[in-house]
Design a protein around this ligand. Structure first.
Ligand code: UDP
Length: 322
């Protein structure tokens, strides 16, 4: 297959590009390198540019003959989305609409969209399945839900088929050690804990110990980046085989607290992790755990690396790379 990966130089996109290359796909990455890294794109063609540049999009699509588009080029920080919503609506919604328009103009009808658990908002029950109400509580979650809704309408009106994959907490790194998480600044728990373990960072701040959870810290469902990418590949195949547009929650169904992540990292690395107590971070629900039964049933998704220690071990291999 011939696939355009928008945002293919970022954390998730770069792992996806590598996997598509291994699968024998023709891959083109479009990335403006605002957050991604050119050297993370291990195969295929690379085009540096922005989704906002319609002329460039038209040029890339005219040359590409793509079967499907995967879209990883969104801003992802909840806190920043509250401070700077315009930035989030402009990129995550307006630029995505433009990408969809150009797809339509070039007759490309299959779209895999990176959505998020943040579209659900405050959990009304756990684990969260696809029937859970979607009431996002921050601009980031709203931008993703808006695109989900647009995609439902575009399927009905234009026959544009899509799969929305709602990630819970992506973590880990390429088991072969070639790729990993490199956000600047880093805001995610697993890499921050490992930076504290390696000495790159003095400590990790725990954002709140007064949640209604067994140890008082927030619980999340961590999913290995390789398992996440596999779900994208299965989603592309689902659409290629005539499957209907759909949305799936992706997680392992196991919740781990911030403290459990720190404890597991301590065991995996054999290092101490200095911890500082911090206040709650605005917009953090106490517990987010996925029910991914539908992805298993409909897509045949089977996570290989569901174990938190393995996820952390792969991220540690990346953190301690030479
Ligand atoms: N967290 C923390 N300290 C940090 C970063 C994150 O305690 O320095 C907590 C955060 O409050 C949340 C969990 O770790 O409960 C996962 O946060 P992350 O930002 O990795 O992902 P999110 O859940 O926001 O998608």
């Amino acid at each position: 297959m011939n696939i355009l990966v928008v945002g293919g130089a970022g954390y998730i996109g770069s792992h996806m590009v590598k996997r598509l290359g291994q699968l024998g796909c023709k891959v083109t990455t479009l990335d403006n390198l605002s957050a991604g890294h050119r050297d993370a794109v291990l195969c295929g063609e690379f085009v540096q540019g922005d989704m906002a540049d319609k002329a460039l999009l038209n040029q890339v699509f005219a040359q590409g003959q793509f079967d499907a588009v995967m879209h990883f080029a969104s801003f992802i920080q909840v806190g920043e989305s509250v401070q700077e919503p315009a930035k989030y609506y402009a990129n995550n919604v307006v630029n995505t609409l433009q990408l969809l328009d150009v797809m339509r103009a070039h007759g490309v009808k299959q779209f895999i969209f990176s959505s998020t658990a943040a579209t659900f908002g405050e959990p009304q029950y756990a684990p969260i399945d696809e029937a859970h109400p979607q009431q996002p509580i921050n601009p980031y979650g709203r931008t993703k839900l808006m695109v989900e809704q647009v995609l439902a309408d575009y399927d009905k009106a234009y026959g544009l088929k899509s799969v929305c994959l709602r990630y819970f907490n992506a973590a880990g790194a390429d088991p072969e050690g070639q790729l990993g998480e490199r956000h600047e600044p880093e805001t995610h728990l697993v890499p921050l804990v490992l930076q504290a373990a390696s000495g790159r960072r003095a400590h990790i701040s725990v954002f709140g110990r007064d949640y209604d959870t067994p140890d008082g810290t927030c619980i999340r469902d961590y999913i290995h980046i390789v398992d996440l990418c596999e779900a994208h590949w299965l989603a592309v195949q689902h659409l290629a085989q005539g499957g209907a547009s759909d949305a799936f929650n992706l997680g392992n169904g196991n919740g781990f607290s911030v403290q459990e992540v720190i404890d597991t990292a301590t065991q995996v690395t054999g290092r101490t992790v200095a911890v500082q107590e911090g206040p709650r971070r605005a917009g953090d629900p106490a517990r987010l755990v996925a029910d991914a039964t539908r992805a298993r049933k409909v897509l045949g998704w089977q996570p290989q690396y569901a174990d938190l220690a393995t996820i952390i071990a792969h991220a540690w291999q990346w953190e301690t790379r030479k």
